[in-house]
Each structure stands twice: as C-alpha cells, then as structure tokens.
Design a protein around this ligand. Structure first.
Ligand SMILES: [Zn+2]
Length: 113
C-alpha cells in the first residue's frame, strides 16, 4: 500500500528531527497534501494508525492541509484550478497543462518536545 510507505517516511523524518533536537516526541504535525498527490485519506488514516505505533509520532496531533490543484496552460499562459491533471484549459481548450500546484506531500511543521 502506497500510503503506508508515505507514512513510514514521515515517521522517519520525524524520528530524525526529534533526535536532532534532543526531544522525546512530536506533539503536533502539520502535513500538506495536494489534491493530485494521489492520497486516499481513509487509507492514510489506516496506515497512520499502524505506522506511528511506538514511534515519536504515536501521540501526535495530526493536521492535514489540503492544497487545491492548479495548472498553467502552456498555450495561453493562464492559471486555473483543476480537478484532474487531464483537464483542458478553460480559456483556449488546450490540454497542454503544466501542473504548478497540487502534487505536494510534505511535512509543513512539527511541534516537538
Ligand atoms: Zn489556455
């Protein structure tokens, strides 16, 4: 399951950060997830619960910040929100889009103690 490997890399990053700061655990973590990142939130919840057991993230409060997908038309340069990466430009109808936002999946911040 793809979500599990994602959560495991988040756990790894969190463990490193806690160690670096000589802290004990993560109190709160903010994750940024783009609408095109291909994350299923139910699968993420499920993976999270099993992956954070006995780690620094076990008791962390998790906040998810969803980022809407945005693209730029390579034909007319306009920028707009999209639902799907194969959407066409609403102005000129060209399907040649460059995704400029919405694929991110990262830790925005962490509160550790
Ligand atoms: Zn266009």
């Amino acid at each position: 399951m793809h979500e599990l490997s994602i959560v495991m890399s988040i756990v790894e990053t969190a463990e490193e950060k806690v160690k670096e700061n000589h802290a004990h655990s993560v109190e709160e973590i903010d994750l940024v997830i783009g609408d095109l990142a291909g994350i299923d939130s139910e699968a993420l919840d499920f993976a999270w619960d099993s992956a954070v057991k006995n780690t620094v993230l076990q008791k962390a409060k998790r906040n998810i910040i969803h980022v809407p997908a945005k693209a730029k038309c390579l034909e007319c340069d306009c920028e707009f929100e999209i639902k799907d990466q194969f959407d066409a430009c609403p102005l000129c109808g060209e399907p040649l889009l460059q995704i400029i936002q919405g694929k991110e999946l990262q830790i925005k911040s962490m509160i550790i103690n």
